[in-house]
Every structure is written in structure tokens, then in C-alpha cells.
Ligand binder design. Structure first.
Ligand code: HAM
Length: 428
């Protein structure tokens, strides 16, 4: 029997050139993210990958596709309903409340990275297990913090040198705003109901605002003249949005106000935003987020508001590859030892142990037979140096040390070998 990975999942491999599945690319991206978190003073939070199902139904929202159709749900042995997390915000809020983090300080800046699970039809950029960087700021309602969060997302993309991105931004106001707007939208759509796509018809009663981000061409045509939610904002929400746009201008962050941007989760109020790439096709959202003013309270926590975003690491890596931006070279061992014969092998094993004790990365070709072939392997591994120990060297008690980058070779006496290698390593 041949086992295959389930549909919509993928392995991240040590070697997978030109593909986002190569682990070195993930490690590079993760290193950039960790530095970004430090620069913006965010602390890491790690939450479990599954929770009680009701958390997601309540937190993400029963009318969202993510909670109503895409959850990976199972009964545990005690017949309790559990679900793999489809996103991070609900779990972070649960952890924040359960661990009384609000006692620690006033404003919390948290980030997380890890796999998320959504049962959707897989396609390029859409997986059943995908990975996110997410951030959440809890306890600050100001428009300045909205700007800082958006700036952080754009800075990440700048540091990765991603070209041709567009920041879309909108305000969906508070509950009253949306209730009034929904009414106006339904009045507008009613005469066109029969011409809407099947998906949009299904959303008409359940979640009409989601019709706004339909990708269907017929829907788009109808929606062209739809009322704009920006005309329904309360004075407070309007001021918040204007102030935010103002500060983004001052920070020289380019954006496009898109009054049809609503996002696919139920918890948002006021600011919502998304960054899209022209390199990704249908699944073009690299990241998105928004403000949530009542989520914590609705989950039984303190009356604090939050704002955050999440971005998809697969989509970021795919965009980086397609835009041919910089990825660092894979680093191999500092030294690759090539012993030919039993005595040389014994000597190498002892030497490798000593050098590793000094935290120098070393590998040995335990099957070495032909020097040229082993040197080829050393190059493939991206080793910096090779140490050749064949019959000749063993007899003369001198090893041949080869710098593989500069292609220079020199002979080193056995008694000087350890110090010589240590010297070279620490001078790096
Ligand atoms: P989201 O827009 O559902 O937001 O997901 C964030 C990002 O995850 C998307 O922009 C996309 O890049 C990536 N993504 C989502 N689903 C998939 C998938 N099936 N395959 C590959 N990538 C995917 C959230 O999850 C919110 N929790 C963001 C947030 C945090 N809002 C406030 N705080």
C-alpha cells in the first residue's frame, strides 16, 4: 500500500528547489518575522491547534464560511466536539481571558505563527492546512494603533521586497451602522435577486454584506451601483476612519479605499484592511485584518477592543518566488571530512566529535571512496571547507584542507589540525 498525503496538504522539505515547499525559505521568512516582532515590540503567544468547537462558532461567527462550512470538527473519546483552529484570533482571545492577561498591563501586543485548518476546495494559494503569522493588539482603541498595525504589515512586505502590492482599506462601522446598511443593501439587491449568482442568493438572508466581495462577474456588475457603507458610518466611526487615513498619508503608506471590502469573519467593527498581490490569481489576499470592539466581551472577557491581522505564509513565499526576490543561500556544514580507508575514518570520527564539542558544524562522508565524488557531495551540501584524509595524508600525518569557496588547498600537520580549524571557524 502506498500512503499519500491528504488532499490540500503539503510537506515542507529540506530540498525542493524553486518551490515554496523548501524549508530554507520558511526559515528565512520566519527569521524576518521574528525580527519584525522585536522591532514593533510584540510578544509571542502560542495557543493549541484545536479547541472546543463552540469557541470558533462563537468567536469567528456562525454566519462566516470559515466557521459554518470549513471547520475540521471531530468528537474526542469523551464525545466532546473539538475543531482544528481555522484562524488564531478566537484562540488568542480565549487564552487572554482564561489566563487573566488583562491584569498584567493595559496594552497587549501579541503575535503567533503556525498552522491553520480550513476545509475548502484546494487550489493554488488555498490549502486545507496553511500557515499564518498573526498579530493582535488588545486594549487600545486609538486610530494611531490601527495605523501602527497596518504599518507593521506593510513593513513586513517591504522587508521581503514584495513588489506590486495593494493595500485596500475600509470602515464597516459599528453594529448600528451595519444594521442600517444591510437594510439599504437588501433594498438595492431585491429587484436584482434573480440575476445574482447562486452563492450570493444563499448569502442574501444569512450574510448579505458578504455579497459585496463576490468574485462573480454578474454580481460585480450589479454591485457597481450598490450603496456605500461609508455613507452610513456614525460620526465617531467616520472620524476614526478619516484620522486613520490621515496618519497613513503622513506615514507615506499608499492605500486604496474600497467600500466593498468586508472580510470573511464576523467579529470586525470599524477598520478593515487587506493586502492583495497581482501575482496570485484568484487567491490574491496576502494578508488582512481589522478592528474588533466586542469580541472579547462576547467571549466572556473584559470590555476591551482589539485590532490585528494575519497573513498567509504560503502565499507570501509564492509571491516572493514569482517576483524572484532575494532568498539567502542555503548554509551547509563548516567542514566536510572525506576519509578514505579505515584508519582515516577512525581518525575523522574522533576529530568530528572534538570539533562539534566546540560547536563547529561538521559532517563526514562515511562512505567516501573517491575524493572527487565526495568533493562533489560537499559542494552539493554547500559545505564551506573540505578535509581530505586519504592514504597519502595518513602516511605523512598531514591532512589536506580545502576552502571550497576560494578553491584553495593547504596541508596541515595532524598536531596543528584542531587549532587550525578552530581558528578558521572563529574568524568567520
Ligand atoms: P483571514 O483573512 O481569514 O484572516 O486569513 C488571513 C490570511 O491567511 C489570508 O489573507 C491568506 O493569506 C491566508 N489564508 C487564509 N486561508 C487560507 C488557505 N485556505 N490557504 C492558504 N492561505 C490562506 C484571519 O484569519 C483573521 N484571524 C485575521 C485577523 C487577526 N483579524 C484580526 N486579527
Amino acid at each position: 500500500m502506498k500512503y499519500q498525503i491528504p488532499k490540500g496538504l503539503f510537506d515542507i522539505l529540506p530540498y525542493a528547489k524553486e518551490s515554496f515547499k523548501e524549508v530554507g525559505k520558511w526559515q528565512y521568512l520566519e527569521s524576518i518575522i521574528k525580527k519584525l516582532a522585536i522591532d514593533y515590540n510584540f510578544e509571542e503567544i502560542r495557543v493549541p491547534i484545536f479547541e472546543k468547537t463552540e469557541l470558533f462558532l462563537r468567536g469567528v461567527g456562525g454566519t462566516s464560511d470559515i466557521a459554518s462550512k470549513e471547520l475540521y470538527t471531530f468528537l474526542d473519546k469523551a464525545k466532546r466536539s473539538m475543531s482544528l483552529r481555522p484562524e488564531g484570533t478566537a484562540s488568542v482571545m480565549r487564552a487572554f481571558i482564561e489566563n487573566n492577561l488583562s491584569q498584567e498591563k493595559k496594552i497587549h501586543k501579541l503575535y503567533y505563527m503556525g498552522p491553520m485548518f480550513r476545509y475548502d476546495r484546494p487550489q493554488k494559494g488555498r490549502y486545507r492546512q496553511h500557515h499564518q503569522l498573526g498579530i493582535e493588539v488588545i486594549g487600545d482603541k486609538s486610530f494611531e494603533i490601527d495605523a501602527e498595525v497596518i504599518d507593521m504589515l506593510m513593513t513586513l512586505f517591504n522587508r521581503l521586497e514584495l513588489p506590486n502590492l495593494k493595500l485596500l482599506i475600509n470602515s464597516i462601522g459599528d453594529l448600528d451602522t451595519r444594521a442600517n446598511y444591510k437594510k439599504a443593501l437588501l433594498d438595492f439587491l431585491k429587484p436584482n435577486f434573480e440575476n445574482l449568482s447562486e452563492d450570493s442568493k444563499a448569502r442574501f438572508d444569512k450574510n448579505p454584506m458578504r455579497i459585496l466581495d463576490s468574485k462573480d462577474e454578474r454580481d460585480k456588475k450589479i454591485l457597481k451601483d450598490a450603496p456605500s457603507i461609508l455613507d452610513f458610518l456614525s460620526d465617531g466611526a467616520k472620524k476614526h476612519f478619516e484620522n486613520l487615513l490621515n496618519i497613513l498619508d503622513k506615514l507615506d503608506i499608499k492605500y486604496e479605499v474600497d467600500s466593498k471590502l468586508v472580510r470573511g469573519l464576523d467579529y470586525y467593527d470599524d477598520t478593515v484592511f487587506e493586502v492583495v498581490s497581482d501575482k496570485l490569481g484568484a487567491q490574491n489576499s496576502l494578508g488582512g485584518g481589522g478592528r474588533y470592539n466586542s469580541l472579547l466581551k462576547s467571549l466572556g472577557g473584559p470590555d476591551l477592543s482589539g485590532i490585528g491581522f494575519a497573513c498567509g505564509l504560503e502565499r507570501i513565499l509564492q509571491t516572493m518566488i514569482e517576483a524572484e526576490v532575494y532568498f539567502p543561500e542555503k548554509t551547509g556544514p563548516f567542514l566536510y571530512i572525506i576519509p578514505i580507508g579505515k584508519d582515516a575514518k577512525d581518525f575523522s570520527i574522533k576529530l568530528a566529535k572534538d570539533l562539534r564539542h566546540h560547536k563547529i558544524s561538521v559532517d563526514i562522508d562515511l562512505n567516501a571512496k573517491k575524493i572527487q565524488k565526495s568533493l562533489g557531495l560537499a559542494n552539493k551540501l554547500n559545505a564551506k571547507n573540505a578535509l581530505i584524509l586519504a592514504d597519502d595524508e595518513m602516511q605523512k600525518k598531514r591532512a589536506s584542507f580545502k576552502n571550497l569557496e576560494k578553491r584553495e588547498q593547504q596541508e596541515i600537520k595532524f598536531e596543528d589540525l584542531k587549532n587550525f580549524i578552530k581558528d578558521k571557524f572563529y574568524k568567520l
